[in-house]
Design a protein around this ligand. Structure first.
Ligand SMILES: O=C(O)c1ccccc1NCC(=O)[C@H](O)[C@H](O)COP(=O)(O)O
Length: 219
């Protein structure tokens, strides 16, 4: 089975192109003011424009707007500017809020779950009819300013053997050196990385992006 990868927290044309050229299936852009990866919707619109025209034509890469408890105004602004293929919600969104976001935006929602135990993985069941995909991420340490993009890991084997009605991502502390073991231990069909391909907070490193995507191809 081919594992697909999402590179999250992109903010420059160079790293968008590197991720695309390296074979990423999903490109993520973060809309959360406290994040070092935060971009404005208008900036993201400019970054994804080439994907919708010249070098992206025909390859089917999916753009993802990463949000935390987004209000309607942000959803509307994203759909008027960047027009993402998917909206990731990384906060405390209920199933009914996820349904509203999907209906309002007209695109699929990736619901993220903070995981530190098997019971956290069970939460996905309640979202099966409203989310298009799931993302299992490490629970951030108490008091963390960010709900994601922290580099924290969880026990990958918590996903092993689990069946979901939606495709799911493994996220949290992945990097070019551990992603092969993470895929083997979790059985996840999709993987997501942010800080593991950075040289500093919010600074994506093209060489690390390429190394990560190459490692995913070997996984
Ligand atoms: O990356 C962020 O700054 C961020 C901020 C707020 C909500 C979500 C965020 N990231 C979401 C992601 O999908 C990350 O890729 C995921 O948490 C894994 O991050 P990392 O452990 O750094 O690889």
């Amino acid at each position: 089975m081919t594992t697909k990868a999402k590179i999250c927290g992109l903010s420059t044309p160079e790293t968008v192109k590197t991720a695309f050229d390296g074979g990423a299936a999903y490109l993520g852009f973060v809309f959360f003011a406290r994040s070092p990866r935060n971009v404005e919707p208008e900036t993201a619109a400019r970054l994804v424009e080439p994907l919708k025209s010249d070098f992206g034509r025909g390859r089917g890469v999916q753009t993802v707007a990463v949000t935390v408890d987004p209000d309607d105004a942000l959803i509307d602004r994203l759909m008027a500017t960047m027009r993402p293929d998917l909206i990731q919600v990384h906060g405390k969104e209920t199933p009914s809020r996820v349904r509203e976001i999907a209906q309002r935006s007209g695109v699929g929602v990736i619901k993220a779950f903070s995981v530190s135990s098997s019971a956290d993985v069970d939460q996905a069941k309640a979202y099966e009819t409203v989310a298009e995909q799931f993302l299992f991420d490490a629970r951030p340490v108490e008091g963390s300013a960010l709900p994601g993009g922290t580099g924290a890991r969880f026990d990958w084997s918590l996903l092993q053997g689990r069946r979901f009605s939606r495709p799911h991502f493994l996220a949290g502390g992945l990097d070019p050196w551990n992603v092969g073991a993470a895929v083997a231990a979790s059985g996840a069909p999709l993987v997501d990385v942010s800080s593991g391909v950075e040289r500093g907070p919010g600074l994506k490193d093209p060489a690390l992006i390429t190394a990560f995507l190459d490692a995913v191809k070997r996984a």
